[in-house]
Design a protein around this ligand. Structure first.
Ligand code: RTP
Ligand code: MG
Length: 136
């Protein structure tokens, strides 16, 4: 059974020219792009997207970071797409958690600047896709 997930290339990934690299890894894995958009994120979308982190010490800095430059938003589809992209991304902390060979493990150093986002569950994917691609 096919499922859909929301992938973001965060402002650090766009700024560093890693969009093609991320898309290549998605396509090489066998996942399909269903929608793709370059987008400037306003504060309202950022706060809704990261609502689960509201109140945490890094929340304000996370919102500033994600609204600080354009992101690439993609709807990615395939069997086990949610877990498959989380595996491609690697753990949240690029050095402490992400394995070499993953996107964060290969290209990241700091936890905030970890290049990509992927929905973490079927519920998150449904909620986030409605937020980012309301017409899909
Ligand atoms: P994401 O939601 O962006 O895909 O990342 P994730 O599931 O791997 O990690 P999550 O716990 O949801 O954290 C969301 C994003 O917040 C930033 N962060 N900073 N300074 C910190 O301790 C800290 N912890 C998290 C990261 O950009 C992380 O991806
Ligand atoms: Mg998360």
């Amino acid at each position: 059974m096919s499922e859909r997930t929301l992938v973001l290339v965060k402002p650090d990934g766009v700024e560093r020219g890693l969009v093609g690299e991320v898309i290549s890894r998605i396509e090489n894995k066998g996942l399909k792009l269903v929608a793709l958009e370059l987008k400037n994120v306003d504060r309202e979308l950022a706060e809704q997207h990261y609502a689960e982190h509201d109140g945490k010490p890094f929340f304000e800095s996370l919102i500033e970071f994600i609204t600080g430059g354009p992101v690439i938003a993609a709807c990615v589809e395939g069997p086990k797409a949610i877990a498959a992209f989380r595996q491609l991304a690697g753990g949240t902390d690029p050095v402490e958690k992400a394995a070499p060979g993953s996107i964060r493990g290969d290209y990241g150093l700091e936890v905030q600047y970890n290049l990509v986002h992927g929905s973490d569950s079927a519920e998150s994917a449904a909620r986030e896709l409605k937020l980012w691609f309301p017409n899909l």
